[in-house]
Design a protein around this ligand. Structure first.
Ligand code: NAD
Length: 399
């Protein structure tokens, strides 16, 4: 993953005729905090915070709790965060944190102790003007609320602008839950507008019907009823209905803890079959590396929206691009989350609470500008949208 992120940066840097020295400067990671957290139960956990680049503003990026977390993964995700915040024009840098742990193996008390100890170790290096973490895989508003509380205790800062993704009652922003999915819909609609396709009755499928995928589907159903969701998959199975699935019903099934495997709502297919469907748009909202050399030849979609981070590996990306598939890259398509995180940080700093309409309007403005910018770079330099997004980011970082 780190190799792919760095290779995308090198490619974009060469397009811009940057010197090797300048490219290395962009790749350089500013700081790495690697530490062990000892819980009172005796468990010892490896923890990280990587601060990649803060040229445009404080480091920004989530903290994930996952058994696969390691230094290379956190480095890659921190690097991609710098590219994402720059590509969408936020005054923020890029960072990422993680703890190598399966949170399901921890009791609620251990989870709280872990969250608080993470902050006790890191607090001199983070804060509203230094580094503003957020939730990521397996972390949520409850965990962030504990972290903010701990940060307030140890630092005396009461703005709550030290973290984003807080619960709304604790200074979180309205609209944050849906922001990533909503942002994906905005990004896709801007791409389709540019191609004169937004009002056409297109079909689409979503792989990964979790937070991001389900909000993508429900926001799309409300705003673009002419788009037909014909398939959706979770980690257990996919559902197919050529007449159109009901996004709201699927979303209710998932929020009630249900799975697609065994669901009677539609015909069941495998996730690989979903990837190979003849749809206009394929939305990848599960995990990284969903499309690799093993299944890239199956793809028949004309447009792919990367809602997960790195869902198409480099080989598959180059193969699909050469076939004319348009890939809306992750650093733009899934940036709605960090955009609303930024809006939360601004509200906390100003002591304001905006209504959801205002948050959504600002989200739309940032994303529309970002997509139009990427389309223009792509046309100007005759490069695909992924390369254009990295070029847009690097131009800002290098200005
Ligand atoms: P989530 O855990 O809520 O949802 C993930 C979904 O993917 C679940 O429905 C799960 O069943 C499904 N899934 C897991 N493995 C799968 C597989 N092998 N095949 C098919 N489906 C599978 O997570 P989320 O918050 O929706 O995040 C999804 C992706 O978007 C992640 O890659 C995350 O890093 C990225 N992302 C999330 C946000 C955010 O704000 N939540 C922001 C930016 C990027």
């Amino acid at each position: 993953m780190l190799d792919t992120a760095q290779s995308l940066i090198r490619r974009a840097g060469r397009q811009l005729n940057l010197s090797d020295e300048d490219i290395e400067q962009i790749l350089k990671i500013n700081a790495e905090h690697i530490f062990e957290i000892k819980l009172s139960s005796g468990k010892s956990l490896q923890a990280y915070r990587v601060q990649h680049n803060n040229k445009l503003g404080p480091y920004k990026g989530g903290i994930r709790f996952h058994p696969h977390v390691d230094l290379d993964e956190v480095r890659a995700l921190a690097t991609l965060m710098s590219m994402k915040t720059a590509a969408v024009g936020l005054p923020l840098g890029g960072g990422k944190g993680g703890v190598a742990v399966d949170p399901r193996s921890l009791s609620q008390q251990e989870l709280e102790e872990l969250s608080r100890k993470y902050v006790q170790y890191l607090y001199p290096h983070i804060g509203p003007d230094k580094d503003v973490p957020a939730p990521d895989v397996n972390t949520n508003a409850t965990i962030i609320d504990w972290m903010v509380d701990e940060y307030t205790k140890v630092s005396g800062d009461t703005t709550k602008a030290s973290f984003t993704g807080k619960s709304v009652k604790n200074g979180g922003s309205l609209g944050r839950d849906a922001a990533t999915g909503r942002g994906g819909v905005i990004a896709l609609s801007e791409l389709l507008k540019a191609k004169g396709l937004v009002n056409k009755g297109l079909t689409y499928a979503i792989l990964g019907f979790g937070n991001v995928g389900s909000f993508f589907a429900t926001v799309a159903a409300n705003n673009y009823p002419q788009w037909r969701l014909i398939a959706a998959g979770d980690s257990t199975a996919s559902l197919l209905d050529n007449a159109g699935l009901d996004a709201m019903q699927l979303s209710k099934l998932k929020s009630a803890g249900g799975h697609f495997l065994g669901s009677k709502q539609a015909k069941q297919i495998t996730n690989d079959e979903l990837i190979g469907l003849s749809v206009d748009v394929l939305v990848l909202a599960a995990l990284e590396n969903a499309i690799t050399k093993d299944n890239m030849a199956k793809v028949k979609a004309k447009i792919i929206v990367e809602m997960a981070n790195g869902p198409i590996d480099e080989t598959a990306h180059d193969f699909l691009s050469s076939k004319g598939v348009i890939i809306l890259p992750d650093i733009i398509a899934n940036s709605g989350g960090v955009i609303v995180s930024y809006l939360e940080w601004v509200q906390n700093r100003r002591g304001e609470n905006w209504d959801e309409k205002k948050v959504n309007l600002k989200l739309k403005r940032y994303l529309t500008q970002a997509v139009l910018g990427v389309l223009s770079v792509s046309k100007e330099l005759q490069v695909d949208l992924t390369e254009a997004a990295f070029i847009q980011a690097i131009r800002r970082l290098n200005s």
